[in-house]
Write a protein that binds this ligand. Structure first.
Ligand code: C5P
Length: 232
């Protein structure tokens, strides 16, 4: 799969999600379904969006014992999503089990991406709450390497880290990057942001864009602007 823009469908219900997706009459965007929507609507929301012709990144960030993650990934794989994720903190054994569970009888599987340290975790919280006393950048890169060695396809990271991840883990190791804003847009609660054009330049493989598209007066135009800056 090549570079693409993934819309974060952070809606509370299927009705709100479909009202949003109904606006897209031409191109079918790649969409991200997160915990809020999935827990509200269940697997049927995935099937329905898939049936409408969208690619799906199911963002459920699994983290449990390897056997549970393996079996859960097998269920998600049967939903025929295109990309899903887990926490690299679950260890290499958990990530390897996830790949096993995700792989279908014909050998194919959705892309599997690791979350390293959440961007809501800073150096101080990592040291005080998690007792991890290394610099956070080193921890993020260590987790990325673990993910690669476990057979995963890439990591979720800030677009600012995408270049370093590629330098460390190779160009084909995918970087999926939220925190994208238009140069003339609202930053909102994101702290370290990049424009779609900058994310392209630094080598992000997929940008995940929520409110700059979902809260835009014209979401289709905002999406097309992202695609024009990032993909075309
Ligand atoms: O609306 P916005 O563009 O900020 O949405 C970004 C999306 O990416 C949200 O679904 C958010 O939960 C997700 N995300 C993030 N930062 C991370 C990981 C995920 O913003 N580090």
């Amino acid at each position: 799969m090549g570079k693409d823009v993934i819309i974060a469908c952070d809606f509370a219900s299927a009705a709100d999600t479909f009202a949003f997706l109904d606006k897209f009459t031409g191109r079918k965007p790649f969409v991200k379904i997160g915990m809020e929507l999935f827990y509200a609507e269940g697997p049927s929301i995935v099937r329905e969006i898939k049936a409408r012709g969208h690619k799906i990144f199911l963002d459920l960030k699994l983290h449990d014992i390897p056997n549970t993650v393996k079996k859960s990934m097998a269920v998600l794989s049967r939903l025929d999503v295109d990309m899903t994720n887990l926490h690299a903190a679950g260890t290499k054994a958990m990530m390897e089990a996830a790949i096993e569970g995700l792989t279908k009888p014909d050998g194919t599987r959705p892309l599997l991406i690791a979350v390293t340290q959440l961007t809501s975790t800073d150096q101080e919280r990592m040291e005080k709450d998690l007792l991890i006393e290394k610099p956070i950048a080193e921890v993020v890169m260590h987790y990325a390497k673990n993910a690669k060695e476990s057979g995963l396809d890439g990591v979720v990271c800030s677009p600012l880290e995408a270049g370093v991840v590629h330098d460390t883990c190779g160009k084909s190791f995918l970087t999926v990057t939220p925190g994208v804003r238009f140069a003339d847009g609202d930053i909102g609660d994101q702290k370290r942001v990049m424009t779609p054009a900058e994310a392209k330049k630094i080598g992000s493989d997929y940008i995940v864009v929520g409110r700059p598209i979902t809260a835009a007066a014209d979401p289709v135009a905002a999406y097309e602007r992202c695609v024009a800056e990032f993909v075309d």
